[in-house]
Design a protein around this ligand. Structure first.
Ligand code: SF4
Length: 297
């Protein structure tokens, strides 16, 4: 058994990098390696946020609406699903109820639910669910690359045309980014396209981002070279994660996104001290849940 040199004690072994990458975790590492460590290696808890929880709620409503016959997929029906899906979300993730623990009168909750309903309603100005028959909803996908790296994620919707052409669709409850920042969102979609390609040998015809916050639809038709580029990028990222895991060199990379980070108290950039590293025996391998969907934003 190896002994830590940084105070973690003789009961520690080096941390092991998780065997898979999701779009969210890949984005975490690109944003800030220390953030990746806090989330994937240390598994530090994070408080639910109103925005992310609203995103989860809206996604659930849009998915459930397709249970209804095409002619009944209307905006009023979708809105009416919001309270019930909120109840289900609280049952499956009781911690989200804390968001409104200081709201005994329920005004803030009512406003928040109203915002979710508006986002749901806006979807009908962007797509017509009565004319869609998704091949898949909330599809968990996973593919192992030759290098041994496993890619996984959850695709909001997959449409397959009569011609066999595949469209991958992702809902965002935030606003569309300015064009100079669009590549970040497209990275997630190309990641999914790569997984589908590796899994089924099918190159998706179209990638579609539906921004409910601003009422925009962004599409991209990938070519094979895009996916090969993303695969090379992910492999390089993976090597960097393995190196950081081995050396313990998880550099903080401060940006304006630090304002959204739950871990400032243990981040050196904000005067904090990270937990000891390497970790105690038995800590590593991340779960599907943590590696799943890109943050609802
Ligand atoms: S506060 Fe900023 S620099 Fe520190 S871990 Fe979070 S994202 Fe990284």
């Amino acid at each position: 058994m190896e002994t830590s040199t940084d105070g973690a004690g003789p009961s520690s072994v080096p941390a092991v990098p998780p065997g898979s990458l999701s779009p969210s975790r890949a984005s975490d590492f690109m944003q800030c390696p220390l953030l990746y460590r806090f989330r994937v290696i240390d598994k530090l808890p994070e408080k639910p946020s109103e925005a992310a929880t609203r995103g989860t709620l809206v996604h659930a409503v849009l998915e459930r609406l397709f249970d209804a016959p095409a002619g009944e997929r209307t905006a009023p029906r979708a809105r009416s699903l919001v309270p019930g899906q909120w109840d289900r979300l609280r049952e499956s993730r009781p911690e989200v109820g804390e968001l409104f623990a200081d709201d005994p009168g329920g005004e803030r909750l009512a406003r928040w639910l109203g915002e979710a309903e508006l986002l749901v309603e806006r979807w009908f100005t962007l797509e017509d669910p009565a004319r869609l028959e998704p091949a898949e909803r909330e599809l968990f996908v996973e593919a192992r690359l030759e290098s041994g790296l496993t890619l996984r994620g959850i695709i909001d919707r997959v449409d397959v045309a009569a011609t066999g052409e595949v469209r991958i669709v992702d809902y965002k409850t935030g606003k569309a980014p300015r064009p100079e920042y669009a590549e970040g969102a497209l990275f997630q979609m190309k990641f999914y396209a790569l997984v589908v390609w590796r899994l089924k040998g099918v190159l998706p015809r179209r990638l579609q981002l539906v921004y409910l916050g601003s009422g925009d639809v962004v599409t991209y038709d990938p070519v094979l070279a895009d996916l090969e580029r993303v695969e090379r990028k992910l492999l390089a990222l993976w090597e960097a994660i393995e190196l950081a895991t081995r050396t313990g060199d998880w550099r903080p990379r401060p940006t304006k996104l630090c304002g959204w980070c739950d871990h400032q108290a243990v981040c050196p950039e904000f005067g904090g001290t990270p937990p000891p590293y390497p970790l105690p025996v038995g800590a590593p391998e991340s779960s599907v849940g943590e590696q799943g969907r890109m943050g609802a934003d």
